[in-house]
Write a protein that binds this ligand. Structure first.
Ligand SMILES: *Cc1c(COP(=O)(O)O)cnc(C)c1O
Length: 375
C-alpha cells in the first residue's frame, strides 16, 4: 500500500518492526563528561565522573605503547580471528584458542550468546537487580525474560535454578554483579551448574573478576569440559582500563564457541583494540595497582558513608551502591556540583546511587559533594 505522506510512511515502517523491538527501553549509559560540561558551562577538567565503573587510572602504559604502533595499520581490516590476542589469552589461561571467542566488549559476547541460543518462543533466566544487558539482549531476539527475585540484593541461585523452564535456553549470572556488587563463591556457582540441565547455556559474566582478592578470583574458565554448557565472559573494560576500545572475551567448549562465532560480526574487534588488549594482558603490575587503588578507595568511600549516616551494599567490584533516599534527586544535585554518578531506579533500586571508585582526589570530591547535597 502506498503511504499518503512521508510522516505516514515513517509511522508505517516503524509499525512493522517486531513488537518486542518496539518495546525495548533503551540502555541508559552514564552521562558523558563532555555532555555535563556543555549543559552546565563547566570546564571538563572540573568534572568528576564515577558513573561507568571505568578504571580511574586509564590504560596501562604497555597498552598505550602497543596502540601507538597499531595506528600505522588502520588502513587494513583487523585479523578477524584475533590470532595474537587469542594466543596470548591461551598462554595466560592455559586453554586452547578454540575455546575463546572475542567480543567488541564483553557486552558483545553476551549478545552473541543470546543470538546463538535464544529465539522467539524461548526464555532466558536472570536475577532481579542484575546487569541490564541480560534483559536487553533477551528482548532484542524476541525471547522471554524471567527475572528471579534477588536475595539481599544478590542472585538467589536456588530460585534461579527452579525458574528454569522447558523453553529456557540461557541463564545469565553476574559474578560479581553490577550494580549491586554482590558475589557468589565458587562452591555456590558449581553446585548451581550441577542443577542446570545440560541443554541450557549458563553465561557466567565475570567482568569484575580481577577486582576480587587473589584467592577469590574465579577459575570457572577451566570448567568447560565438565560443564560444556558454560560460557564465562571477561572484559578489558574494567581493571585493564580499556573501556573505550571495546574488547571482551568468552571461554567455552569449542562447539559452543563455534556457534557464537557464526553470529559474530567478522571484524568485531578493531586492530588497535586487539593490540592494546594483547599488551595489557601481560601487565600484571598495572592490574594489581588498579585493584589496590580500588581497595583503598572502597574503604575511603564506605568510611565516608558511615560518617554521613548512610548505608551501602557491601561490594566486591569497583563500585558501590549507597542508599540516599531519593536517588534521582540526589543524582541531579550532584550533577550541579560537577559530579556524575549513576542513578539505578531502572534496576529497581530508586533509593540507591551507584558510585564507581575513583582516584583518591575524585573520591574526596565526591564525598564532599555528597555531604553538601545531603545537608
Ligand atoms: C561493564 C560490564 C560488562 C562489560 O562491559 P564491556 O565494556 O562490554 O566489556 C559486562 N558485564 C557487567 C556485569 C558489567 O558491569
Amino acid at each position: 500500500m502506498k503511504a499518503a505522506t512521508p510522516v505516514q510512511a515513517i509511522l508505517d515502517v516503524c509499525e512493522r518492526a517486531p513488537g518486542y523491538i518496539r518495546a525495548i527501553a533503551p540502555y541508559q549509559p552514564g552521562k558523558p563528561i563532555s555532555e555535563l560540561a556543555r549543559e552546565m558551562g563547566l570546564p571538563e577538567e572540573s568534572i568528576v565522573k564515577l558513573a561507568s565503573n571505568e578504571n580511574p587510572r586509564g590504560a596501562s602504559p604497555k597498552a598505550i605503547a602497543a596502540m601507538r604502533i597499531a595506528i600505522g595499520e588502520t588502513g587494513r581490516y583487523p585479523d578477524g580471528n584475533g590470532f595474537a590476542l587469542k594466543d596470548a589469552l591461551s598462554k595466560r589461561c592455559g586453554l586452547a584458542p578454540d575455546r575463546i571467542v572475542l567480543g567488541n566488549g564483553s557486552n558483545d559476547v553476551l549478545e552473541m550468546a543470546a543470538r546463538a541460543f535464544l529465539a522467539p518462543g524461548t526464555s532466558a533466566v536472570y536475577s532481579e537487580h542484575a546487569f541490564v544487558v541480560y534483559p536487553l539482549a533477551t528482548q532484542a531476539v524476541g525471547a522471554t525474560g524471567i527475572a528471579v527475585p534477588a536475595r539481599d540484593f544478590g542472585h538467589d541461585l536456588e530460585a534461579m535454578a527452579k525458574a528454569v523452564r522447558g523453553d529456557t535456553r540461557v541463564v545469565f549470572v553476574a559474578n560479581p554483579n553490577n550494580p549491586t556488587g554482590t558475589w557468589l563463591g565458587p562452591k555456590a556457582v558449581r553446585s548451581f551448574l550441577e542443577k542446570i540441565p545440560v541443554d541450557v547455556l549458563v553465561v557466567l559474566d565475570e567482568a569484575y573478576n580481577e577486582y576480587l582478592d587473589p584467592g577469590d578470583r574465579s577459575d570457572a574458565i577451566r570448567w568447560s569440559d565438565e560443564f560444556p554448557n558454560l560460557v564465562v565472559s571477561r572484559t578489558f573494560s574494567k581493571a585493564y582500563g580499556l573501556a573505550g576500545l571495546r574488547v571482551g572475551y568468552g571461554f567455552s567448549h569449542p562447539q559452543v564457541v563455534d556457534l557464537m562465532n557464526r553470529v559474530r560480526q567478522p571484524f568485531n574487534v578493531s586492530d588497535i583494540a586487539q593490540a592494546a588488549a594483547t599488551a595489557a594482558l601481560f601487565d600484571d603490575e598495572f592490574v594489581e595497582q588498579s585493584t589496590l587503588l580500588n581497595k583503598h578507595g572502597m574503604k575511603t568511600l564506605t568510611e565516608g558513608f558511615l560518617r554521613l549516616g548512610l548505608s551501602w551494599i557491601p561490594s566486591r567490584g569497583n563500585f558501590v551502591c549507597v542508599k540516599v533516599g531519593k536517588g534521582a534527586e540526589v543524582f541531579q544535585r550532584l550533577l550541579k556540583q560537577g559530579v556524575i554518578v549513576r542513578p539505578i531506579a531502572a534496576y529497581g533500586m530508586p533509593e540507591y546511587l551507584r558510585v564507581s571508585i575513583g582516584t583518591e582526589s575524585e573520591n574526596a570530591r565526591f564525598l564532599s559533594a555528597l555531604a553538601t547535597v545531603l545537608k
